[in-house]
Design a binder for this molecule. Structure first.
Ligand SMILES: *Cc1c(COP(=O)(O)O)cnc(C)c1O
Length: 361
């Protein structure tokens, strides 16, 4: 059940359970949306792909709709269906992957707006669903998804006759404000779209922070809503508390975990917590990771197992009931650094975890 049983709002460890508690602060999420919205003079949508970056697309989108978001973006049509069922008929739901041959019925029945990325998709769309809402995705240099300038030149007049709801492109280096690619893509997007009356969108979180030139008519933040870099001042949204299921004392020379990778050099008190790499807590971050007891830092020792992590709690006064991996002291970007990855991957990995989810409003 992915921990979606409603077992009350108290964290699972306080109820003596072995499942970890993932707390998602929907008020902080809504506040992040409002702060990003206040940085631009245009409309602010919300990207809720990959189940709302692992946090639950339906709950996230519902909170953002209450905060004022009127358009949502997902990666694939099925994600759009789930959102439409939860939000009802009014918001525009845009699908980044566009119109794939097998998606026609979903796009039609659930009133999704595919972001068409090629001439083939354009032809497929107008033939299968004439008059149905669509957007255009242009490639301004990232070389990932969207029509290239030459392709767009050939299609542009026909496409505009069909009245697209939105024309967008995506920045490759927007989390590096000084990168020359930003200005280069801005120029390319302008060359392809200046003079067109349709709603234009270039910026995700990073682009919002680059300033007004990058905003056009619509911004589409994702990671910043969920509290991640490059929105450095974001309110933290997620807390993850792991219940302690056993405490033991070991002597100098004793080893811990698979492969005996850690050896005690002093009398050590160990806490074994319930969560592991099967919950998306990346195994490789073990040697660099700390868990937290309030504001006290406790090093992870030995390897992260599938369902368990061992932690040195010798320096705590009392045996803890739970230790936190995501908390005020350690956010998604710090955990990402321990794994040599980015906050996006840490968050989306949580989506598969066996967590008891608590949504704070
Ligand atoms: C994921 C994505 C976004 C959101 O990006 P963030 O960096 O998370 O704000 C916006 N546009 C496109 C095309 C995306 O793929």
């Amino acid at each position: 059940m992915k921990g979606r049983l409603d077992l009350g709002v108290r964290p699972s460890h306080e109820r003596g359970m072995s499942t970890a508690t993932l707390t998602i602060d929907l008020a902080a999420l809504a506040a992040n949306w409002k702060r990003l919205d206040a940085m631009n003079n245009c409309e602010t949508a919300a990207v809720v792909k990959a189940d709302g970056y692992g946090l639950g697309a339906v709950q996230v989108a519902d909170a953002l709709a209450r905060a004022g978001a009127r358009r949502f973006f997902v990666a694939v049509a099925e994600e759009g269906v789930a959102l439409r069922c939860a939000l009802g008929p009014w918001p525009q739901i845009n699908v980044f992957s566009g119109h794939m041959a097998g998606d026609t019925a979903l796009i039609r029945d659930f009133a999704l707006t595919p972001m068409l990325n090629s001439i083939d998709q354009m032809l497929r769309h107008v033939e299968a669903l004439p008059g149905h809402s669509f957007g255009i995705q242009l490639d301004s240099g990232m070389n990932r998804l969207g029509m290239e300038p030459a392709e767009w030149d050939a299609l542009r007049d026909i496409a505009l006759e069909q009245r697209p709801a939105l024309i967008m492109s995506h920045l490759a280096c927007s989390d590096e404000p000084d990168h020359a690619m930003n200005a280069q893509q801005l120029r390319s997007f302008r060359e392809m779209t200046d003079g067109i009356e349709t709603t234009r969108s270039l910026s995700a979180t990073g682009g919002i922070l680059l300033g007004r030139d990058y905003h056009f008519d619509l911004c589409r933040p994702g990671i910043g809503l969920y509290g991640g870099f490059p929105f450095s001042d974001a309110n933290p949204v997620v807390t993850l508390d792991l219940p302690v299921i056993q405490i033991r004392d070991v002597l100098p020379g004793e080893t811990v975990g698979y492969g005996n990778s850690w050896t005690a050099t002093r009398p050590t008190r160990l806490a074994t917590v319930s969560a592991g790499y099967a919950d998306g807590l990346i195994r490789g971050m073990g040697p660099n990771l700390h868990l937290w007891a309030g504001h006290l830092r406790c090093p992870v020792v030995g390897r992260i197992s599938m369902d368990l992590i061992t932690v040195d709690v010798t320096d705590l006064d009392d045996a803890p009931d739970a230790l936190s991996i995501l908390c005020r002291e350690q956010g998604v970007d710090e955990v990402a650094a321990a794994a040599g990855t980015i906050g996006y991957e840490v968050l989306t990995n949580l989506g598969g975890g066996r967590f008891n989810r608590v949504y704070k409003r």
